[in-house]
Design a protein around this ligand. Sequence first.
Ligand code: HEC
Length: 378
Amino acid sequence: MKKSLFWSAALVVCFVAYCLMSGQHASRSFVSEAKAMPPNDACIAPTQMAATPEETAWRLFVSATCPANSDKYPYVVWENWIEQGQLYTSSGNVMSLAMGQRPRFHESPLSVEIKKRFKVKPKARAQLLPQVANQDCNSQTWSGRTICEEARLNPEAAQFVTNNNLTTLKGQEQFIAAGKTFNFSRPSIEVKADWIQLPSCSNPPQGVHVETVGNTCYALGGIHLISKLIDEWVWATFEPQNTATNPQRCVVLGCKDSWGSNPATTSGATTQLTPALSGLMSTAGLADEWKNYRLNGVQVSFVDGHGQPTRLGNSIIEGDNAGNPTIMKSSSCITCHDLSTINAQGKHLPIDFIIGPPKAVPAGYFRRDFVWSFLLAR
Ligand code: HEC
């Protein structure tokens, strides 16, 4: 008995000594690694424009997509941000959610408006994936698939809305009556994400971020990211390279990204990541599926250097969900968003697929700094 006690004690001593040594070793190698790699700023949102708009777009995407949890919601940083539906409630009071509780998906307010205006008939649809009934989402999409949506505001953006009491129409009317200007602080960021409902999660699409909400599986088919780094905001949009979920990616408008994609342009064929982008993603520790997302393009002005209208749209968000490929030909994030206005009666100019320079705003209307979700205020 005494002997075995001695051996156990000796074993414990050896084990502790081993742990101390290997611990020392581990911390030594951690220090040398930390020296080799500068602190991880890939997860910090940019506060100024990078060398090119494309690099800026990717720094926004990567920092917003840095991991939050590996195995449960919220998976990425932007999923911790407030959803627009939590701001524009019937009382105007912000609705808070319990930790880890997911805000409800909804139908795209853009698609609701466009259907009303253009009476888009879901006629020539291609049945790409079976649809499952979902009351809150849009099942009358161009492809016939059910697409759900959410829009998130980072804390800076949400603060501008709440600090100025802009969550109700009355608050917005008082704001313009007081002669104040809608002007988000830097760096406000907003995300609009479209999720394609899948029949199940048993055979998920390759290289596409999927999540189970309730008992239903959704694939993240399109993601818009905007940031107030410049007065007109930076407009960027991303899609995964998967022809089952995103058959129309880059087809109508083409895609262009000289910073992150090789080759830089494509009309739908898959491309490789540049070493610069793949390095940024690895530094940030992004989950593998994000490395299959590509930037469709980035918009920073109404017209290009030759005075020609710039165009940008996402095949899932503006194409499938809100319209059809024909409508997408006149998709310009910045021009359509510039129509977000309000007058003393709480009315706004109609949403329209228009391109080119900003329209003159009729007397009595005031711009809402390109942010359309203000129309959800009651
Ligand atoms: C034809 C008009 C139109 C076009 C084109 C358009 N949007 Fe929007 N967008 C809207 C409307 C309307 C909303 C508000 C309702 C909603 O959430 O869908 C919106 C919402 C958003 C939001 C949530 C924040 C906000 O402003 O309410 C983001 C982010 C966004 N759009 C980005 C983009 C980007 C990036 C593009 C181009 C790739 C784009 N949009 C193209 C009309 C448009």
